[in-house]
Structures are given as C-alpha cells and as structure tokens.
Design a protein. Sequence first.
Length: 421
Amino acid sequence: MVTRARGSAERVGMDLGSSGHEHGATPPPSQRTGAGAAAQQKGPVATAPTVLVVDDHEVNRELLCHLLTHEGFRVLTAGDGEEALETLRGADIDLVLLDVMMPRMDGFEVCRVVRTEMKRLDLPIIFITAYGDQEARRRGKAVGGDDFLTRPVDREELLARARSLIRTKAWHDAQAEERARLAGALEETQEQLLRLERLATLGTLAAGVGHELGNLATVLGSTVLFLEEDLAAGRSVEEHLSILQSIAGHLKSHARHLLDAGRPGASEPVVVDLRDVARQVASMLEISGRAKACRIRLDLPDAPVRLRARPVQLEQVLVNLVVNASDAVRDARREDGTIEIRLRETGGEVILEVEDNGCGIPPEHLEAIRETYFTTKPPDRGTGLGVPVAIRIVEAHGGTLEYESEVGHGTVARVRLPAGT
C-alpha cells in the first residue's frame, strides 16, 4: 500500500505538468473503472504527464491513482499484464508503474515485451514490489526496468523518481522530434539540390539542341529555296521532300528530348540502350562547346546494352561526368586532351566509364568530391553538386559510382549498374 511521509511535505510543481492545486481533487472510482480507463481531472489534460498504473489489486491501483492525480498527473490503470500491453498500444504513456507479481503475465514479462517486441526503449518503467531482494532487482534490470520501489511505497520518493524519469523521457522525445524535423529538412534540401542540378543539366542539353535547331533551320531554308526553284522549272522535288521529312523527324526528336528533360518529377523507368545515351550526350556536349577543350571518343559495343532505367537521369549522370572530365583536361592545358566514354556488359552488370587525361584528383580529395558543395573549381564553373547528385541517381538505380585517379595523368569515373530489362 502507499504510505504518506510524516509531516506536511511541500509539493513541488513539475516542468512537465501542473501541481495538484491546479488539477483539483481525485475523481470518483466510477470514472476509472476497467483496464486502461483514464482518471478524470480538471484542467488541460494535454499538459499533464500520463502514468500507467499496472497492478492486479484494485486497492493498490486506487491508492496510486489518488496520489498521482492529486499531484497533477493523468492516470490510466490496468489490472494485469495483457491489459497493460493493450493500453500501451493505444495510448501515449510517459511512465509505467508496474507491479511484479501478477497472474498470467508478471511484471518482468510485461517489461520484456515492451522493450523487445514493442521496441519502446524510451518508456520509463518503475517496478513496484513487496520483494526487495537483489535477485528481483537483477531480473528487473535484465529485462529493461529503469527503477525499483518497494512496498510500502514512500510518497515523496515515488513522486521524485517519477518526475525525474518523465523529465528525461520528455528530453529524449524532444530530441527525437528535432532529429525527425532535421531529417525532413535534409531530405527537402536534397530534393532541391537535385532540381537545381537537373536544371543545370537541362541548360547544357538545351544549348546543344539550340545549336542543332540552328543547323536544321539553315538546311530547311536552303531546301525550301531549292524546292521553289525546282517546282518553277518543273523538275522533280522528291529529294527535297525527303530532306524535309528528315528535318521534321529531327525536330520531333529534339522536341521530345527537351520535354523529357524538362518534365518535373522523375521519368518512369523504361528499357534503355545505354549506347544511345552515350551518343546523345557526347553529341550535345560537342555541339554546345562544353567539351571544346578536348576530343570525345566513344568505345561502344556492337550489341545493344539494355537496362531498365530513367533515361533523363542517366543523361544527367553522364553529362556531369563528362563535364568534370572536360574541366580537368582544360586545367591540365593539354594539347592532346581526350575523353573516352567506354561501355561494356559483363558478369550481370553494365559498366560505364569516363576516362580523361587531365590533371587528376589529389588522393585527399577522392572522398571529399562525394560531399555536397565540395569543389575545387571557381564559382562560375562549379557548384559542388554534380558528383553527389550523380551518386544519388546511380544508387537509386541500384548501382555504384567509383573513381580512380592519378595526379598529372588523369581520372577514370566508373559507373556500375545492374544489367537486364
């Protein structure tokens, strides 16, 4: 049973609750009947810590309930272990006062289930028992109990320990909420970085397409001029019509490519021939002048290299790798600057390599380049986003991105992706 300490002890208000004066008197038993029933109280319930009292003796439950509600706690009760677990699954509990000796499921087993099966490692549990022996305490600690109180329970000791454990839980809860908030903010920031890098890639590809459209416009104008002359002279115009049809096909292809690259959100995975991606990127970077400091060579197999992927994202990865290689070649000031894009399929995986004979990456930077915002380039040439975004895209496709480099000789960026459709 609960005993009251001699004398008139002062009640100290808690940070995580209100004093007994603010919550009024103990509610009648009729408001607390049944396992898991809440003890009613006056005042704002949301600010009061919730304690679950688990004991198979009703008189013990009533005494603890009276004491705790008088001190500003909200109290739920359970008559045995199974009812306690049911209450814990459906209520937000700040502290459990748990009797050890109960029928069917004792307090030790309840605590074990809470810790190992329900994964409630943060929930404070105080065992209350008539046995003060070391073996009981050892068993309680072994299953994850936080503290022990021996009957008859001292009122002041119970309140002090309860308040201390609840403050600790509140601190851990606040830390968990802050970690969750920061994780959400980090995910949102990463999504913004992906969008920014994608826009940069789109700008590079658009420059290439713009150059191509200019060439097509020139061909179109000349073809129309020749078409008019041949029509006026009564000559055949089939060749001119064939050229116009080819121009229309190129325009449609470029338009589709820009629409796919600029569409918000990730494109759906489709079966891609990675040779087409390599050719497209190499052509666009050469046309746009982004790789003008070097020559791009393609080493592609004769057979298709197919995999299921998001083609726009694969283009984004390859653009980043080739642009970085081009910058390395330019920094090395080599007259024979070369970038080679190699592709092969072996052992159930597709290997895409971008090798340059540029300045190389210092060993101390090989890991740092994987970090967001790390760059050795001037602000007008680098953001520190290309490699981290490429890594994220490759990993989202189930692959890896690795680097080999030697200062003064060049770098190999190697993408490994699972093969197959």
